[in-house]
Design a protein around this ligand. Sequence first.
Ligand code: FES
Length: 119
Amino acid sequence: MREGIDVCGPDEIEEGTARVIEPEESGFDESIALFHTETGCFFALDDRCTHEDASLAEGWIEGETVECPLHSSSFSLRTGKVLCLPATRDARTHRVEVAGGRVVLYPGVDADGAARANE
Ligand code: FES
């Protein structure tokens, strides 16, 4: 597995918001949106919507979904699955772990679930 990137402490991303991890920070070829849900889970998707060029980190987070700010497609944060048109392609997920009080992102490694700050 690729090496993880220590991004921040769990409290440094407010619940219900996301932070963009730029390629300079991650060494990955795409910007990644790191989400912290109101249920305390962390997920990561490619920051670019699969429909057109919009930042999913600027979208509306509800539960474990994010709605694209441009044309309102929504995606599962857990699986990247597209849930409504106009986007038709799933978003790529990235693994996130919370370990030792830090949020660790694994760019390019598929997520297999949520990372929780309290586990
Ligand atoms: S750019 Fe995201 S739905 Fe169109």
